[in-house]
Design a protein around this ligand. Sequence first.
Ligand code: GTP
Ligand code: MG
Length: 397
Amino acid sequence: MEFVLIAIAILVVALVAGVGLLVGRGRRTTRLDDDAATGTTLTRPRPPQAPPAPTAPPADQPDAVVADAPPSVELPPAEPEPGLVFETPPPSAGRLVRLRSRLARSQSSLGRGLLTVLAREKLTEDDWEEIEETLLAADVGIAATTQIVERLRTQSMVLATASGTELRELLVDQLTAVLGPDLDRTLGTDRREGRPGVVLVVGVNGAGKTTTVGKLARVLVGDGKSVVLGAADTFRAAAADQLETWGERVGVLTVRGKEGGDPASVAFEAVRTGMEGEVDTVVVDTAGRLHTKAGLMDELGKVKRVVEKQAPVTEVLLVLDATTGQNGVVQARVFTEAVTVTGVVLTKLDGTAKGGIVVRVQQELGIPVKLIGLGEGADDLAPFEPRAFAEGLVGDA
Ligand SMILES: Nc1nc2c(ncn2[C@@H]2O[C@H](COP(=O)(O)OP(=O)(O)OP(=O)(O)O)[C@@H](O)[C@H]2O)c(=O)[nH]1
Ligand SMILES: [Mg+2]
């Protein structure tokens, strides 16, 4: 009798396990159990990873994220649901050359305007003034405008006899020179000393942060890297959904928290997950914040400090909307006081005639523009390359 009871018990357990497995496979993304302490849920990432050894939480882990027993995170190969295929985004190389025609609005004011004047037989003072005004109208800024005009003036003799193609080349050279061709624009996305690169993305409301995080994940996946996303914008549930959708398309895991939860906890959890999964890069999205609200700006500092209890933040990207002009530069200054910004992302350059803003932002902030957004398409984000950008501004023959 006892034997029969044991046999029935084993049968029941086997049945329950079988049903559980079937249900799990049917989901588009797998969610691990809620972390009791943080309410964080996880979806699976793309890269096949060896299951990590269970680790104890670090001694200096902040109170808000100390779980009794943090779920050990196993990151098996991400498998899309049958019939669903992960997208394969293009690599970073060559993106700007492909997208530079999106600078069309800038081209019409800068390229055409300048080339028309430069092509005149003998340049008068009025002509030079017109050149200056055209550059200023494209938001190039006074310092760079003066530099470009002075250099072109020293080449007056050459200009007088130059062909259309030669004029274009001269102009591209001068624009490239003010775009900081020698600045280091390497993105801090690589693993260092056995830990993932950690990218924190900050900026004011609506600048394009979440979109940039999603697009950046695609750039990284396109370059063969493994990525985890952190949805540390806990103000709106929709923000985490938005990010998760970007991730799911390329098989990248998103760590998210409860709406209204502590953003630093989510960022911490995302980095912990990335460490355990041994991914290359963890990219953390943050909530849009008004640069005038001191409390919100302080919160950014906290997010960074909490993350750095585990791994150094290797890149802080400030996302600026290129259509906001001078205001963007003012905002940027406040952000640089709250966190050390290591790179600027200028978004919406496709929607402005003021492509020269890149020059001004770099010169006034002393921070390199590392990425630019040139459209709403999933792969419309490109690493910034001065010469290709200058060519885009001037336009094709
Ligand atoms: N045309 C164009 N639109 C862009 C670009 N980058 C972002 N956008 C659009 O800008 C809008 C805002 O983008 P989000 O990524 O939601 O901005 P956010 O900074 O995360 O906003 P909050 O989280 O509300 O602060 C969206 O409609 C994006 O499609 C770009 O390079 N070009
Ligand atoms: Mg957002």
